[in-house]
Design a protein around this ligand. Structure first.
Ligand code: SF4
Length: 446
């Protein structure tokens, strides 16, 4: 039976030292009960607590880390079926497939594209996460050569795909310490692959034809001491893969069924672009921890990256930009000063409209925990007092002479407060809608 927060609390030290990342033992107990933390985060847990809580506090879907520490990909640790229940945690990792039979110039070109690919969107940098090298030649030397080249150029974590355990071991030696993901342990080779995984401390993909044989395989691997497992989801068409992804997530979360409590990998190779984008979109939304693709076509990567960013944004935590003074254009000491909140969307819309106006300005972005203007004002985070204090601390008053501060039209009511907080400044109420900023800026230029 699952332990409640109170049951767990009784076993904790009750010193409220906060070292686990939350202020009290009770708060930590509640996190453990909801599988949002691991007992290992408390350095003072007694042996008895570790024994009793060990199983109860284990996350229902194991966290698996792949790749070198400087470019590590984490998958798993999910706790909900639906994003609106709380949040999805680790974005679906996108892996691009290579073959050791590909011409060297094609590999060189593709690895450089992966290394350099970076889509910047609402302040985040979106990248490809992993590369898979398939041993299509079946030979050791070309496989190792390709693995070296792909890892060396991209710097990314690798998935090593081969039926030849000698080739896998040779590649593991090359990547020692970089935690490549081994593809794959099967019911036939489980002992050999488990031994390699343990020797090189590498995570392993478990592969079987049916879900029940997959569960039997992970049970065997766990019995051999392999803990970091990723499930290759059986299914020969998108509907079957989607169905099995859902069954696995449900079994792990609702039934705490440990043999399927692992992240999953879905192979989406050999598709034309429209089918690839459709299938990838489905599996990004529905539980794919890693998807493997075999194209670097920008028209396929763009929608995948954007959808992934949207799905894996915490719905309770708005996307934010850093609170500071942003120069828009080439502002000088006579340029106007505008203020708004650090909600990403607000920042990008307002800065875009100022740019469109052609008038350079200083844009003051105040910390409101990502709230928009009206919400921030209602929550007391976008008040005259807070804006005034932020401007004073920022040193802006040493940089500008104009002493004119334009505030969003929706918070005209803070003008008085601001005048008190910023003596000598003239507070100008700007338009309510950002789309009216350009003509407003032109009118107030200079
Ligand atoms: S680290 Fe342990 S003792 Fe300290 S507050 Fe957290 S649960 Fe309590």
């Amino acid at each position: 039976m699952a332990l409640t927060g109170l049951d767990i609390f009784k076993l904790l030290p009750k010193t409220n030292c906060g070292e686990c990342g939350v202020p009290t033992c009770m708060a930590f107990a509640m996190k453990l009960a909801s599988k949002g933390a691991e007992l290992s985060a408390c350095p003072y847990a007694s042996e008895e607590a570790t024994k009793v809580l060990g199983a109860a506090s284990k996350p229902p879907i194991r966290l698996v880390k792949i790749g070198p520490s400087e470019f590590e990909t984490q998958v798993g640790n999910e706790t909900v079926m639906f994003r609106h229940e709380k949040t999805f945690v680790h974005p679906t990792a996108i892996a691009v497939a290579f073959s050791d039979g590909q011409p060297a110039d094609k590999i060189a070109h593709q690895t450089a594209v992966i290394r350099d690919y970076c889509l910047e969107r609402v302040g985040e940098q979106l990248r490809i996460d992993l590369a898979l090298v398939e041993n299509t030649t079946g030979e050791v030397d070309p496989f190792v050569k390709t693995v070296k080249e792909v890892a060396g150029t991209t710097g990314h974590g690798l998935i090593l795909q081969s039926n030849n355990s000698e080739a896998i071991e040779a590649a593991l030696q090359v990547l020692d310490g970089q935690r490549p993901l081994i593809h794959a342990a099967t019911p036939e080779n489980a002992d050999t692959i488990a031994a390699l995984a343990l020797k090189y401390k590498a995570p392993v993909i478990a592969k079987a034809d049916m879900l029940d044989s997959l569960a039997a395989l992970t049970t065997k691997l766990a019995g051999l001491g392999v803990q970091d497992i990723v499930l290759e989801v059986p299914g020969d068409n998108p509907a079957a893969i989607l169905q099995n992804n859902t069954i696995i997530r449900k079994a792990a979360l609702k039934s705490t069924y440990e043999p399927l409590g692992y992240p999953v990998i879905n192979f989406l190779t050999g598709r034309d672009l429209p089918d690839l984008v459709a299938d990838a979109s489905t599996l990004i939304c529905k539980y794919g921890s890693i998807i493997v693709i075999d194209t670097l076509a920008m028209q396929a990567l763009l929608p995948m990256m954007m959808l992934r960013q949207n799905i894996f944004t915490d719905p309770q935590k708005p996307i934010q930009v850093e609170p500071k003074i942003y120069p828009i254009g080439e502002p000088d000491e006579n340029s106007p000063v505008l203020v708004t909140t650090n909600f990403s969307l607000t920042y990008f819309i307002v800065s875009g409209e100022i740019e469109n106006s052609g008038v350079s300005a200083h844009l003051v972005i105040v910390e409101t925990e990502g709230m928009s203007v009206l919400t921030g004002w209602a929550a007391g985070k976008f008040s005259g007092e807070k804006i005034g204090a932020f401007i004073k601390q920022s040193g802006l008053e040493d940089k500008v002479k104009s002493r004119k501060l334009i505030i969003p039209g929706y918070v005209a009511q803070i003008s008085g407060e601001l005048e008190e907080a910023l003596p000598g400044w003239q507070i100008i109420v700007g338009p309510q809608e950002a789309s009216d900023l350009a003509p407003f800026m032109k009118m107030h230029a200079g």
